[in-house]
Design a binder for this molecule. Sequence first.
Ligand SMILES: Nc1ncnc2c1ncn2[C@@H]1O[C@H](COP(=O)(O)OP(=O)(O)OP(=O)(O)O)[C@@H](O)[C@H]1O
Length: 750
Amino acid sequence: MRQQTASALVKDYFPELDPDRRRVLGGLLAETTTARHLFVRADLAADRPQADVFLIGAEGVFAITIAAEPPRPPSLHQLVRHAEERCAGIRDHRGRVLPSSAVHFVLLAPGPAPRAARAAGPFRVIAEPQLSRLFERGSPHLDRRQVEAVGEQAGKLLAGYLPLRVQAPGRDRAADALLDPDTLVAGEVAAAQLRPFDTWLTFLHPHQRAIVNRDYSGPARISGPAGTGKTVVALHRLRRLARRSTGPLLFTTFVRTLPAVHEAAFRRLAPELAERAEFLHLHAWIRRFLADRGRGVDVDARGVRTAFSRAWGRHRAVLEPIERHDEYWRTEIDRVIRGRGFTSLAEYSVPRRRGRTVRLSAEQKAAVWRLYETYREMLAERGLHDYNDLIDLALAELRRQPLEDRYAAVVVDEVQDITLNGLRLIRELAGTGPNQLLLVGDGQQQVYPGGWRLSDAGIPIQGRGEVLRVNYRNRAEVLTFAQRFDAKNEVDDLDGEAGIALHDAEGASTGGTTAAWRGSEAELAEELPRRVAGLPAPLGQTALILFHRGDLTRCRRILRTAGIPCLSLDDYSGEPGDCLKVGTVHRAKGLDFQAVLVVEFPGKPTENGVAAEEAPELRDRQRLVAATRARDYLWWGVVEPAGEQVPDRAPTPPAADDSECVHQMPIAWCAHCRKPPADVLPHGYRTKGGNAYHNDPDCTWLDKGQRSSAHRGQTVHPKERIAWGAVTPGELEPCEACCTEAWLRRHGHR
Ligand SMILES: Nc1ncnc2c1ncn2[C@@H]1O[C@H](COP(=O)(O)OP(=O)(O)OP(=O)(O)O)[C@@H](O)[C@H]1O
């Protein structure tokens, strides 16, 4: 019925139009409900370098061409410019501006299979039978008020276009269901309008829009506190640059799991350009690059850790009195010595160790350097490379022979956690030409030690540093909660100047809910499932964030017992799904969720050593990152130390490299002392050949015989350990790096 009315209307208005185009337009009109606006070019039968139709709905703003082939330059460029100019200046009801680049270009091709699928420029090609795909872009980007605001203004701006609509006999519930005030109860409408998750896909704050559209004569930087839309602006900019160039584009970051999530967002923002943009974390890019150059190198993480353990064994007597956690020294090597590219003790001795607050004496630095040299020897003996070697190799290779196919633009997100040498590599691969390199980050969210200035890497950004201040992500309550973790020290703008801290951010929304809880670990086992059951958000839109891998194991066990389905943040690609997302703060960086639960297992107050001295500041930055992942709801649980039975742990610095495999660390917890084994190294454990032995005489985790073989230093593969001792298979956690579900099943643990 609706289709017939639409066809008749199109025939009336456009009698001259060829039957194929008329049929497609009729189909499009039939899909247009009261929740959408359709403007059709009045002289549609004439060939003009303008869009045939503008469609505005919850899915966004579309400039549609109905043809078998996309227009070719120069008509193509005229068409794009015309559409962008017509829509530029449109604002939503909050005054935010529709950026000229926010219009989606679509080629609706009559007939079954589009011939123009390839080389369609900015167009997303949709064949006539798949017309309904136009309306399937995941969650709506605009709420009803925004659709109305855009539709009303478009009506005034689109001179020469006719508004067409088919009045349906009944209400189109499918199309209107999400945001129609008549069909939702008042509370749901308020909630829906307050939560336009994907609004950023279409609307930008005027300041954000200006950054998207600005032309930079060299590398540029966007900084600003959490949730201010830095990544959003970067994605819009990538789209704008993609439309104006032909080469490949790269979006990279140090965080292994983030590229997949942003790739999914970019696909929603610019499906037609998705194939041209690569989303890869830095080490994955390096591995591919070196392999392409015939220098395939990989990191044997276990071998590397063994090399370090051996080196540590030789030097621990000197370094342990300063800091007993070997992880601290490993991070010192990875982030400070290697990360900054020091090649001699003299270089290491001179500068302040940016990112480290505790100063080491000349003698102590000499001791660290000796540890480093032994570690290098151990690696060389075994022909191994670590992650820093990968960066050095790629840097040398790029300097020897630059990329043949240069990137049109490179965006680096979460840049604050990349090492200085990593930045040097990025400079080399991106170049420093106009619009070629955009660095995005926030010094306050640094979760690894070891700082730098962009200028240290030869990346000049004078006059091209942008700062965003309006926080869009966190509702007022959540923002206020997160601000309690604000840096006590000055925030760096990534280039040595004072930056903007979270307490200076302006909140864009009101409301939100936060709750705090304290209790014992035994009580957590009841409280956590209760919190999950009472969540004000779908489970799939919720994350549980922790600070250590060991904490992850503890909480996973609770969730499993309660039957709560979980997905590791390692495997998260941005699809909400039905599972609770679970991961450490290192994996949660850059992401956001409607609701967030944080569980903190506090450190041991009596712990001393430089790691403990530096830990509070690092921990506050990590807390700030965790808290600002929540959009509407934040629950903060603190597990109190339970007397002598459950010994607490000192906060240790996180693993030196985010992408590092820690699979040689034991998988299960000690059933007796309840410590995550990784955290008691080196006290409770001995290492040999990369394997950790729990040889605490008071611990029953290993039986007597096993303990004595551990004392004798026999090598046991870490995977075998899970069959030992008092840990039952039901308590086992797969190692996130290598112990796959398949492996566990094969060995009878699942
Ligand atoms: N103009 C906008 N309109 C509506 N929402 C927006 C806008 N800009 C950003 N947002 C929202 O804010 C959230 C945070 O944006 P984004 O992830 O880009 O911030 P960020 O500054 O990179 O955050 P972080 O540093 O914490 O990773 C987005 O998911 C989006 O929902």
